[in-house]
Write a protein that binds this ligand. Structure first.
Ligand SMILES: NC(=O)c1ccc[n+]([C@@H]2O[C@H](COP(=O)([O-])OP(=O)(O)OC[C@H]3O[C@@H](n4cnc5c(N)ncnc54)[C@H](OP(=O)(O)O)[C@@H]3O)[C@@H](O)[C@H]2O)c1
Length: 240
């Protein structure tokens, strides 16, 4: 099973949800995982679970839209083995649900910028070392909301749609230099991102974060002669 032994994987948003499950499964496959998010207690807890299960885990508390803090986190990750082999750009949030007509401009812009900036900055900081080593994998966790329209989710959807085009452009720029660039677009996943409002879909019908993590690991362990470019994953009953 240990197909990623010797590899360093940086996972943003690795403290909880899809990112934490991905980190656990990557560690089970032998990768040394580096978790980045803002909430220290969650990072500590996830890293401890990975270590207790025999894996190797480090964590750095940083906001992925803060270039200075992120640079330090990436430098620390690079210092573990001299390179980063896998980057999972997973950090993301939904600020609020609501129609464009009644949206708050500051809130709208924060959601768009917050979701997109971390994707760009983290990639920008990690990419030079991947280009130097002539190999690497970047997997962006986007959303079905980046490919299909959902009323009430405009800022988040715009960020994810931009993330999809960012993924495609980056793949064009670096795939011939040994870097695999991929995106996964999940439908509703049962995590804290939904909050505890009453208007959310039935959590029982959502995808489990462990399932998304399993698919991410499959994408990252696909034999080198192929790439799973973009993977749309919906709950079994379809869009909820
Ligand atoms: N759940 C779904 O239905 C669903 C569906 C499609 C796509 N996605 C995407 O999947 C990804 C993971 O979401 P999730 O469902 O696992 O949500 P989650 O449980 O809320 O986890 C999000 C993670 O991202 C981190 N994060 C958020 N903003 C950050 C920032 N500015 N800097 C650093 N870390 C940040 C959070 O930690 P801190 O708050 O501690 O920083 C947390 O660790 C997101 O990109 C989301 O858009 C989710």
């Amino acid at each position: 099973m240990e197909t990623l032994t010797g590899q360093v994987a940086l996972i943003t948003g690795g403290g909880r949800g899809i990112g934490a499950e991905t980190a656990k499964q990557l560690a089970q496959h032998g990768a040394t995982v580096v978790l980045v998010a803002r909430t220290q207690a969650q990072l500590e807890a996830t890293a401890a679970q990975i270590r207790d299960a025999g894996g190797a885990a480090y964590w750095f508390a940083a906001d992925v839209s803060d270039e200075g803090a992120l640079r330090e986190a990436v430098q620390s990750a690079l210092s573990i083995r001299g390179g980063i082999d896998i980057l999972v750009n997973n950090a993301g949030f939904i600020q609020s649900f609501g129609a464009i007509a009644s949206s708050d401009p500051a809130d709208w812009w924060r959601t768009l910028e917050g979701n997109l900036k971390g994707l760009y900055l983290t990639t920008r900081l990690v990419l030079p070392s991947m280009l130097e080593q002539g190999r690497g994998q970047i997997l962006n966790v986007l959303s079905v909301a980046g490919a299909r329209a959902f009323a009430g989710l405009s800022a988040y959807s715009c960020a994810k749609a931009a993330g999809l085009m960012f993924t495609r452009v980056l793949a064009k720029e670096v795939r011939k230099q040994g870097i695999r660039v991929m995106a996964i677009l999940p439908g509703a996943v049962d995590t804290a991102i939904w909050g505890d409002g009453e208007a959310i879909p039935d959590r029982e019908k959502m995808i489990r974060p462990e399932t998304v993590a399993r698919l991410i690991v499959q994408m990252l362990t696909t034999p080198a002669d192929a790439t799973v470019d973009e993977l749309l994953v919906l709950p079994q009953e379809g869009i909820l």
